[in-house]
Design a protein around this ligand. Structure first.
Ligand code: UD1
Length: 341
């Protein structure tokens, strides 16, 4: 019998890739997603990759009776909780929506887990909890700064809530840096609805001619080329980190009930380096201009990865060129689908 892992938000960008990696590692993914920021086509992509249609529930995670039904129908061994809103700017405009979904949703998931005696969860956190760090790279013990947005606050609070429940629940808390790329098959990837906020989908849409030009948000920062630095991480590496975290939970290898890991490559890349790598690896020109800074952007952040390598036994395998190649491959697949529809 395979261990069953409930993947909330399992049709989203990271969730869909994780569902595939879970299957490949011998788990059975059970997916719940309300399709608020994803499409059913992700389920079809997963199905093509794993060879069968995984159990899927189109439900809101705040709906406890609906969650209860899933736990009644499946003996869940662990939960990976992705389902949450993630747009920083939107969270400033609609804070209640963010607190309701990101905090209310987490509480509903935990209540249901507790009722069914399921005590293992992987939580999607973010490097946003570090704010503008005093020193880079950031370590897991680097103190958090006051959150800059309701989105950031929900990640900090989520961590706190899980930390307060260690008397019954074991948590692997993964702080993602900047997830990019796509499955190399081009069957699943990121599906930004509307105009993308994040760099990579904007860049691939510009290369595809959907957007006229990319704006680089500021080039006078105190960095080697003047643009901001981030730790971009391939979504497949990220998905594999979740598999490691689930294995650690299920095999009872945790040393502490609440464990936190940075999930990054340990290397920072500037916006201009990202554009150049994309252009070089894909042999395509991306029109861009330098614009004003975006408010709320931190200057530079990248991960210290010693802990995750030594304790979780995970290390990113894919470099920036691979990320840019797979992101472009996915954009080409998406453009084909839109064209054919
Ligand atoms: C953002 C969030 C972060 C969240 C992550 C995933 C902020 C401050 N942080 O990360 O909390 O976890 O998304 O959703 O919003 N850039 C451009 N032009 C663009 C878009 C981006 O130059 O059109 C630059 C940004 O200034 C930044 C870098 O590209 O330096 C990456 O930006 P983005 O992809 O939006 O991610 P973050 O802002 O790092």
């Amino acid at each position: 019998m395979k261990n069953k892992v409930l993947v909330t938000g399992g049709l989203g960008f990271i969730g869909s890739h994780t569902a595939v990696c879970l299957y490949e590692a011998g788990f059975e993914p059970i997916i719940v997603d309300n399709l608020s920021n994803s499409k059913i086509s992700a389920l079809h992509g997963i199905q093509e990759l794993i060879g069968y249609k995984p159990s899927f529930y189109q439900n809101d995670i705040s709906n406890i009776p609906a969650l209860t039904k899933i736990f009644e129908e499946h003996k869940i061994d662990a939960v990976i909780h992705f389902a949450a809103y993630k747009a920083v700017g939107e969270s400033v405009e609609f804070p209640l929506k963010y607190y309701q979904n990101n905090i209310g949703g987490l509480l509903a998931v935990l209540e249901t887990m507790k009722a069914f005696n399921v005590n293992s969860v992987v939580f999607s956190s973010s490097c946003t909890v570090y704010g503008e760090p005093d020193q880079v790279p950031v370590m897991e013990v680097t103190p958090m700064k006051e959150a800059e947005s309701p989105y950031g606050a929900t990640k900090q609070m989520g961590e706190r809530i899980l930390n307060d429940n260690t008397n019954w629940c074991n948590t692997q808390c993964l702080r993602y840096f900047n997830p990019v790329g796509a499955h190399p098959s081009g069957k699943i990837g990121e599906l930004p609805l509307g105009i993308p906020n994040n760099l990579i989908p904007y860049l691939t849409q510009t290369a595809a001619g959907i957007r006229k030009e990319l704006t680089v948000f500021g080039d006078k920062y105190n960095t080697p080329d003047g643009t901001c630095i981030r730790d971009y991480i391939h979504v497949m590496d990220l998905a594999e980190a979740h598999v490691k975290a689930v294995e650690r939970l299920i095999e009872n290898k945790q040393e502490e009930a609440f464990e936190v890991f940075n999930i990054g490559t340990g290397t920072g890349s500037s916006v201009l380096e990202v554009i150049k790598t994309f252009e070089d690896v894909n042999q395509i020109n991306v029109p861009y201009k330098i614009g004003p800074r975006r408010s709320g952007d931190v200057v530079q952040v990248w991960a210290e990865t010693t802990k995750v390598e030594q304790v979780l036994g995970w290390k990113a395998q894919r470099d920036l060129s691979t990320m840019m190649k797979d992101a472009w491959n996915w954009q080409l697949e998406l453009s084909k689908k839109t064209f054919n529809n």
